[in-house]
Design a binder for this molecule. Structure first.
Ligand SMILES: Cc1cc2nc3c(=O)[nH]c(=O)nc-3n(C[C@H](O)[C@H](O)[C@H](O)COP(=O)(O)OP(=O)(O)OC[C@H]3O[C@@H](n4cnc5c(N)ncnc54)[C@H](O)[C@@H]3O)c2cc1C
Ligand code: SF4
Length: 509
């Protein structure tokens, strides 16, 4: 029976059981289609990275004697949509069965289910064999719960998969969580190692993308391209991180710096989300390093929590709340995204540096995404859906299943607090503590009102004053709510006026 197997651009796992046997009757297909490049405006590096990695994957399949079909973006026969291309291939190759791996994105999942119901040949959907959990596992754990506590899910995962557990069923080190409560700012030491990632020259591929008139933004950096594009490169990168950098991850996880963009983060999200790396091997490599006494338990636990805790939990949260998650807007925020989100031209140093870095590298680390861009957007009242589309486009690792719950729920509290127990917002105080952005900023970090006052300061208080109906009963906000109750009414008036002025002139802040 002739079978056509579709491989999506984020399904680049050469260890999938599909590839165990070589079979002349099985055809694999990968395609570069405008359907996928154009549904939001993407960063140039994201398009380049996915196309280059797909091409590399096709070459690996061919090298291992699998039959692989590849449709390049400019190929004449390419009809630029999965459905149209698949139908053409069915007749060209006399295909008798269609197979695919479960997509991680709701939109594509629905498209393929619909497609399979329309075609006359049988079809089958396979697991992508990537995640620890199945799509609805998180939902099953939290059915009927108002608050979806990540920590309880994380403990469940540790027990279920015997990760960092001792023989007697207790967590190793006798604690579940070694979260570094006093995360440090970075003052120049320890040294941030040079970027050791390989560089690739993808200038020719960039020309093809340009010829195809695919719209994008950000710096393409095609001739010095730095993202790992296959499993071997991804494994080398992971190994280097675990041996040389991970030890500093926990202490400096929240630190931000004008000159250092990577700090001590792993930069593995692109390799993980495209499935070149499996989360299971990342976790075992870190656990192995702990067991061989190379890493302290606090470091190993903190990093493993990101993978089996946050990453799996976020995915489960997505599947539990789709469709409909994209329309959540608890505070009814409607402010359009300011234009400077697309060029970084703002007087606020923290946003200027974070956005410019994101435009240059298609990367910003978690705290920059959460406590700079997300923080400002929530305080200013930017429409969460527009913000979600910006995040989905700009970051190299942005795929809807992971980006959407992080943006809408963790960062914008758009689900009303099911995922995050309180909004992640701050004044300039936190940003100044964790970074050197406030030095030489046009604005003054210590002032709340006046032309030079840091916008975060008035917007922060204004946010709690304006949204008191939704937030005044939140027990985790007791202190801030009391501070507002005790505040001089004249100051409240000034703060509200200052915030109103800032929001009105948001294009010029
Ligand atoms: C507003 C916002 C948007 C985000 N969008 C994305 C996105 O589109 N894609 C994405 O992969 N992550 C996203 N994240 C989560 C996190 O910021 C990135 O996973 C991380 O910055 C990737 O860089 P890294 O590989 O250097 O991660 P590290 O800081 O080294 O962390 C290691 C790994 O842990 C996992 N991880 C840690 N936190 C999370 C989390 N909250 N959700 C899921 N995985 C996590 C990732 O796989 C990451 O690679 C977002 C966070 C926020 C606040
Ligand atoms: S002063 Fe305010 S705007 Fe400037 S960098 Fe600090 S937090 Fe950002």
């Amino acid at each position: 029976m002739k079978i056509l197997r579709l491989i999506l651009g984020d399904q680049l796992n050469p260890n999938h059981s599909w590839f165990k046997n070589i079979d002349d009757e099985i055809f694999y297909v990968l395609m570069e289609v405008k359907q996928e490049t154009n549904y939001v405006l993407h960063h140039a590096q994201k398009i380049l990275a996915i196309f280059a990695a797909m091409r590399d994957f096709k070459n690996t399949l061919t090298k291992h004697n699998h039959q692989a079909i590849y449709l390049k973006i400019n190929e004449k026969s390419n009809q630029q949509s999965f459905k149209a291309n698949l139908k053409a291939l069915f007749s060209q190759y006399n295909i008798q069965k269609f197979e695919y791996q479960e997509p991680d994105e709701y939109r594509l999942d629905q498209d393929l289910i619909e497609f399979c119901s329309e075609i006359s040949i049988p079809s089958e959907c396979f697991s992508s064999e990537h995640f620890f959990t199945h799509r609805l596992e998180v939902k099953e754990i939290f059915t009927d719960k108002k608050q979806w506590l990540m920590e309880s899910f994380y403990r469940y995962m540790r027990k279920k998969h015997h990760i960092l557990m001792s023989e007697d069923g207790k967590p190793v080190g006798s604690k579940w969580n070694f979260d570094h409560e006093n995360r440090k700012a970075w003052k120049g030491m320890p040294e941030v190692l040079e970027d050791h990632r390989l560089t690739h020259d993808h200038a020719k591929l960039w020309d093809e993308i340009t010829e195809a008139e695919i719209k994008s933004f950000g710096n393409h950096n095609a001739s010095k391209f730095r993202w790992p594009l296959n499993r071997n490169e991804a494994l080398k990168h992971l190994d280097f991180f675990i041996k040389n950098i991970l030890i500093y991850f926990g202490d400096y996880q929240d630190a931000m710096h004008k000159e250092e963009t990577r700090m001590f983060h792993s930069l593995i999200s692109f390799s993980l989300n495209t499935k070149m790396l499996s989360p299971k091997e990342v976790v075992s490599a870190v656990e192995k390093s702990y067991l061989s006494d190379k890493l302290p338990i606090s470091t190993a636990e903190g990093f493993i929590r990101q993978i089996i805790g946050w990453r799996e939990y976020i995915r489960g949260y997505y599947w539990a709340h789709m469709p409909g998650l994209s329309d959540e807007n608890y505070f009814d925020h409607q402010l359009p995204l300011p234009n400077w989100f697309w060029n970084g031209k703002t007087k606020m140093n923290c946003l200027k540096y974070t956005i410019k870095q994101s435009l240059d590298e298609a990367y910003a680390h978690h705290i920059q995404r959460l406590m700079v861009v997300g923080n400002f957007s929530l305080l200013a009242g930017i429409n969460p859906k527009s913000l979600h589309e910006w995040y989905l486009g700009i970051y190299i690792d942005a795929f809807e299943w992971v980006e959407m719950p992080n943006t809408l729920c963790m960062s914008q509290f758009a689900d009303g607090g099911r995922l995050a127990s309180k909004p992640y917002v701050s004044t300039a105080n936190y940003i100044n503590k964790m970074s050197n952005y406030c030095e030489e900023c046009y604005y003054s970090k210590n002032e709340r009102v006046g032309d030079k006052a840091c916008p975060f300061n008035s917007l922060y208080w204004n946010f709690f004053i304006t949204n008191s109906k939704q937030l005044s009963k939140n027990p985790r906000l007791a202190i801030v709510n009391k501070q507002i109750r005790d505040m001089d009414p004249a100051l409240i008036k000034d703060i509200k006026l200052q915030a109103k002025k800032l929001i009105k002139n948001i294009e010029d802040v």
